[in-house]
Ligand binder design. Sequence first.
Ligand code: NAD
Length: 342
Amino acid sequence: MKTIEIQAETKISRIIIGERLENLTSYLPKGKTIIITDENIVRIYGKALPALPVIVMGLGETRKTMETLDFIFDKLVEFEADRSTFIVAIGGGIVCDVAGFAASVFMRGLRFGFVSSTLLSQVDASVGGKNGVNFRGYKNMLGVFNQPDFVIIDTDMLQTLDKKEFCSGFAEIVKAAAIKDESLFGYMESHYAEALENVPGVMEKLIYDSVLIKSQVVQQDEKEQGERKKLNFGHTFAHAIERNTGMLHGEAVSIGMVLAAGLSVKMGLLQPSESDRIRQILHLLKLPTSLKVDCPALLSGMRKDKKREGDFLHMVFLDRIGHAVIEKISFNQLEKLSYDLC
Ligand SMILES: NC(=O)c1ccc[n+]([C@@H]2O[C@H](COP(=O)([O-])OP(=O)(O)OC[C@H]3O[C@@H](n4cnc5c(N)ncnc54)[C@H](O)[C@@H]3O)[C@@H](O)[C@H]2O)c1
């Protein structure tokens, strides 16, 4: 078991890698705690949950909405939550994003923690304090920065994860390596087969290294004024792809990274051979790397991206594997450069 701490503006957030769901109660403060989780977690892990009031969300990105927040707030009132109530979210990125947001705004903010149960949320979504919901289909349009008190990363829970969901999580590990850590990228290239088999030693390294990269970036720039923007590599395309296709987040990020690496080559920043390595590792990790998309629809989706500033976007490019740069690019330029990529 390993712990990484994020010293955030208002608190220390502890991420405990290798801790187990069964030990959750030892992390809870005295007083009332309410669990927020989803239908699959209740079905698979219902017996392992502590005897506490439970709010059960529906499944999927289409539930990451204001309507789900309404439902959660109704339940919190029904359970007589007050300002001293602690919220614990148990689930993947969707449960953590929604529950973290609900906890952050209910009665001006309740303390909360996560038990992170998917690979994608263990390496990325549950770490760093971005909580939020989609609005009219646009990703994470409403949200807050607010750190959980703790994140328990129970790697045993990955055993029950659907293969497609499991592979989706690799996209965010590739992203972390591509922007910050060439040696982690190389490790993935040499250990992808064991990773696909969920071999414990390999997975623990991949999860630990990804969390370390993210926590260092968050500690440096919690509110995404600069360095943290690099974690959005591939995501400007990905959010538009998710909206247009309903693909899983990690699958859309995979295609988004291939497009962003292709653009980096076109901008003269990245060697074509490096862009090929990115496509290749994603392919080996069973992630999609191309998509027949309607380019104008994709670009119009990107105009709604949170990173937009008027007619410009701040996009993340690579100048080598392990090193990202942020460039301001106009939509016109993006349209021209992307034309034969998608
Ligand atoms: N806040 C952030 O910084 C951040 C970063 C990256 C992604 N995200 C968000 O994360 C979301 C995607 O998260 P996700 O991929 O975890 O999706 P998810 O939460 O929908 O989980 C995927 C599926 O796996 C099921 N599941 C969860 N744990 C399981 C387990 N142990 N065994 C069996 N089934 C299990 C869930 O019920 C769900 O059906 C997206 O909305 C994305 O925008 C947020």
